[in-house]
Design a binder for this molecule. Structure first.
Ligand code: 13P
Ligand code: SF4
Length: 317
């Protein structure tokens, strides 16, 4: 299937017939981002899924994102073009592991990143995304212990920003972001001294970025730790003519559209998420034509997870 005009017309016609809204995460293939009715970060897409009037949500992203949409809108049909699109970070903690961890810290408040399974969300007090994780942890009374899972790099970022001591962090990671490492960032920053650094907090290099600014190697105002959606906002307001981007490379497409005059370069151009890229033009056409793959979350799990996800979409900008 070629992502040409005929493909586009057919996908949009079939979507209309189904009363479907097509959502795409910023890491999707450029042609999928361009055909979607809405493109955005995890938080923005969850909010749109919760508010949409459409009967069907087609989620071009990974499985936990489509599951989150289903938890927020259980009466809607939620489809994902390929249900095998998983997430190594979501796989780094199970419901049983979280239950065990909670038993070791009775009374602690559990904050789970949205990159988790519905089963983990069902054991969670408040979910967060990379764009509101700091606000979510700040919303918890200072005397309560916090269990933060599953991403260790995002957890370290939140702990630094909030200065919170009573926060325990699970040792999970995303293989794509963990692979964008500190020495690589330092080398690229040294070779491009005029560039801003846009760093996703899941990256292995996030701590090194702060080291570079702390040591005055890169001016502090040039180092920005941002969710994918906040990168687009920052791209529109920066005065820099070059930006080094540390996140999954699908992000470059929206950044270049938002600020065509800026030279955006990946810190690591091999940082591609194979799960995100399973949503091909052919898979989207099949999805909208045949109504596959449908996402199901069992009712009891969905009900237990809903409060945590609802709190997530209410906190932060
Ligand atoms: P955000 O879009 O919330 O920044 O999430 C990044 C991510 O890794 C999703 O898989
Ligand atoms: Fe999961 Fe990482 Fe892929 Fe995001 S980039 S979907 S966190 S594996």
């Amino acid at each position: 299937v070629e992502p040409n005009a005929a493909w586009r017309d057919e996908v949009l016609r079939l979507a209309k017939e189904r009363d479907a809204v097509i959502l795409a995460h910023n890491y999707q293939l450029p042609e999928i981002q361009d055909i979607a009715h809405h493109t955005g970060d995890s938080l923005a897409l969850s909010r749109i899924a919760a508010q949409s009037d459409a009967q069907t949500i087609i989620f071009c992203g990974v499985h936990f994102m489509a599951e989150t949409a289903k938890i927020l809108a259980p009466q809607k049909t939620v489809l994902i073009p390929d249900e095998r699109a998983g997430c190594s970070l979501a796989d780094s903690i199970t419901g049983a592991q979280l239950r065990e961890w909670k038993a070791e810290h009775p009374g602690a408040v559990v904050v789970s990143y949205v990159n988790t399974t519905a089963e983990v969300k069902a054991e969670t007090d408040i979910c967060c995304t990379s764009s509101n994780a700091v606000d979510v942890v700040r919303s918890i009374p200072a005397d309560r212990e916090v269990l933060f899972c599953p991403d260790q790099f995002l957890g370290a970022h939140v702990k630094r920003e909030t200065g919170r001591e009573n926060m325990h962090i699970w040792a999970g990671e995303c293989h794509v972001h963990a692979g964008i490492n500190g020495p690589e960032l330092a080398e690229r920053a040294a070779a491009n001294p005029e560039a801003d650094l846009f760093i996703h907090p899941e990256c292995g290099c996030a701590t090194s970025a702060l080291y570079l600014s702390g040591e005055g190697i890169v001016p502090a105002e040039k180092v920005k730790i941002l969710s994918t959606g906040d990168m687009i906002t920052a791209a529109r307001s920066t005065k820099a003519t070059k930006v080094l981007v540390a996140t999954e490379i699908g992000m470059l497409h929206q950044l270049r559209k938002a600020a065509p005059e800026i030279d955006f370069r990946a810190v690591n151009d091999r940082a591609s998420c194979t799960y995100m890229k399973m949503i091909t033009p052919a898979a989207l056409l099949r999805c909208v034509r045949d109504g596959l793959d449908e996402v199901h979350v069992d009712l009891e799990t969905a009900e237990r997870a809903q409060g945590a996800v609802q709190r997530m979409i209410e906190i932060g900008k």
